[in-house]
Ligand binder design. Structure first.
Ligand code: ATP
Ligand code: MG
Length: 568
């Protein structure tokens, strides 16, 4: 008892010292241990001298010695602090309290990923900051790409993230209006219908040359516009903005505003065949939706000129547009364009494959929404193109899940270890070293599994400690390891290893996601599966439970036979 208590104190003192440049204090350790062990409150007198001894010992150690002891003897107490604390978003130019309207405009052409989370969280945070409103707008004007499934997946993702919007709409709800604005552009001569083929159009744009259609008169344009609804085939005619074919900004060289698409739209079926391009739809929608501040990723920056020019020609209200950098991780592309083929060609198991940056995958691997929000806010609102550090996301996550993660033993490459001469028949294990999240009792009969790697270098005569149980001395090494009970004193110098009793073991697979792309190429070894034995208590946990496998790392229970590695 005294040894275990001393050990618990030592752990807390080391942890506290590691957070305070190598120094800990009696008072802090006392309050922490009493917080974690209410049963000791009546014994304060007895424990104070032990604490003060331990604190003196710890303070005498170097930071490096403290670190190494903490790592080898109290890995469960190792909670590294996120490097960046919440930075928050800068004030918004021209924002008035109560009047800010932002929007998150995903195209329902894929599953939401952490880049969408970044955009949606920024939109929501700014709306909240100014007591404004957030609109979720499905930007669904490309019937070939949209699917009902994706509208739903995006909503599910936002719900999970805890992003609350005040209104939801579809760009396709406004098709009549968008067509009206199209005619208006043609009638005011700010747009024309071009029947050149795609290649000619591209060449002309590159060479800054106008085509014949550009000088067509109003009659020709109105007739062609009507023909787009009935006669032309897809690709035979497009509406083009009358920009400037010699502009330095290539976007402004008479870009397309409408094209013919015959695919069936998930909501409108075959009702329309003339569909607006992104630039036209977004400008009109932002304007009529009352958006005051619109955000998008930096690669759209050159399109701002067109956005404002369209609203200018239509004499419509202009929101303010701002850009932020795309969220990308090293080796983990955050883009539907890249993710979709991986799923469709079966290189990953689905949108919830734990290697992916989709929200479903994040959830499944044990990243919690609050961590994503903190992470996004810590990145701030910048245009700089640095790759985001995934381990910063992990540290935010670790801090949040640590307190709710049940500590379990788990062994890999199991080796049987038999203990003789012990009369211990059961042990009560705390589910968490500090938090009160219950206890479990494990029967012990002397037959254990330990991890192969932990015992591979041991020799007869060596001693080791089975964590939370007792010490054993090795008497024989064969295919099994034979040992005998060698006391229960906590000795710092003994290797401490986790164990499972043979009777109380259950087999699981642990999936370990690795970097998805190495040197821009799909990494065939991006998902490692290891086989492990854990305690049967695992089976009683709910699916989705967060676990810290002692001396291994945090995992999320995926099923009775599978867990997914979250992070260290
Ligand atoms: P993708 O390459 O994933 O198809 P997208 O920009 O076409 O990207 P949309 O559904 O149109 O995807 O995006 C909705 C919103 O989310 C936009 O405002 C877009 O700028 C933003 N967004 C998309 N990907 C990212 C990302 N990786 N980082 C930050 N914001 C993103
Ligand atoms: Mg898009």
């Amino acid at each position: 008892m005294d040894d275990d208590l001393r050990k618990a104190i030592r752990g807390i003192a080391l942890q506290n010292a590691s957070e305070h440049e190598g120094k800990t204090r009696n008072e802090t350790v006392i309050s922490k241990i009493l917080g974690a062990r209410p049963d000791l409150r009546s014994k304060t007198k007895e424990i104070i001298p032990i604490i003060s001894e331990v604190v003196t010992e710890i303070n005498r150690l170097s930071v490096a010695e403290q670190k190494s002891e903490l790592e080898s003897n109290f890995p469960e107490l190792l909670v590294t602090k996120p490097k960046q604390e919440r930075v928050g978003l800068p004030p918004l130019e021209g924002a008035e309290n109560g009047k800010v309207v932002t929007r998150f405009p995903p195209e329902p052409n894929g599953y939401p990923h952490i880049g969408h989370a970044k955009a949606a969280i920024i939109d929501e945070e700014y709306a909240k900051m100014y007591n404004g409103k957030l609109i979720l707008r499905f930007d669904d004007t490309n019937p070939e790409n949209e699917r009902l499934e994706y509208y739903a997946a995006i909503k599910v993702g936002l719900d999970w993230l805890g992003v609350k919007y005040d209104r939801v709409k579809n760009t396709s709800d406004d098709m009549e209006l968008i067509h009206k604005k199209g005619i208006q552009m043609i009638e005011s001569n700010h747009a024309y219908v071009c029947t050149c083929n795609q290649e000619t159009i591209s060449n002309n744009r590159r060479e800054m040359k106008p085509c014949k259609c550009r000088s067509g008169n109003l009659d020709q344009n109105t007739k062609r516009w009507h023909d787009m609804f009935e006669k032309y085939n897809p690709g035979e005619a497009i509406v083009r903005f009358r920009g400037n074919m010699e502009s330095d900004n290539t976007v402004m060289r008479d870009p397309a505003l409408f094209r013919i698409i015959e695919g069936s739209h998930p909501l409108l079926m075959e009702k329309y065949r003339v569909w607006p391009n992104y630039d036209f739809a977004v400008a009109i929608e932002d304007s009529i939706d009352g958006v005051t501040h619109a955000f998008r990723t930096k690669e759209y920056e050159l399109r701002n000129e067109l956005y404002y020019a369209i609203l200018d020609r239509l004499e419509m209200r202009k929101p303010k547009m701002f850009e932020f950098s795309r969220l990308e991780f090293e080796g983990m592309p955050v883009s539907k364009r890249v993710l979709k083929p991986l799923v469709e060609e079966g290189q990953v198991s689905g949108y919830d494959d734990p290697r992916l940056p989709t929200l479903e995958a994040m959830r499944r691997r044990g990243i919690v929404p609050e961590a994503i929000r903190k992470f996004v806010l810590s990145l701030g609102f910048t245009k700089s193109d640095t790759l985001a550090p995934f381990d910063t996301l992990e540290s935010f996550n670790r801090k949040i899940i640590d307190g709710i993660s049940i500590r379990l033993f788990m062994v890999t490459e199991p080796v049987k270890l038999v203990v003789k001469n012990s009369n211990v028949t059961s042990v009560e294990l705390a589910n968490h070293p500090q938090k009160d999240i219950g206890k479990r009792r494990v029967e012990v009969d002397g037959v254990f599994y330990v991890s192969g790697n932990d015992v591979k270098d041991l020799q007869v005569g060596d001693q080791l400690r089975l964590i939370e149980l007792y010490n054993v001395k090795i008497t024989k090494i064969g295919s099994d390891i034979e040992t005998e009970y060698s006391g229960n004193d906590f000795k710092t110098e003994l290797p401490k290893i986790q164990w499972i009793t043979q009777k109380d073991s259950t087999k699981i697979n642990i999936l370990i996601p690795k970097t998805l792309f190495v040197n821009e190429k799909f990494n065939e070894n991006s998902l490692e599966t290891i086989q492990a034995f854990t305690e049967k208590h695992y089976l009683e946990l709910n699916e989705g439970a967060e676990i810290q496998f002692i001396r291994f790392g945090y995992c999320r229970k995926d099923s009775a036979i599978q867990a997914i590695y979250t992070h260290k």
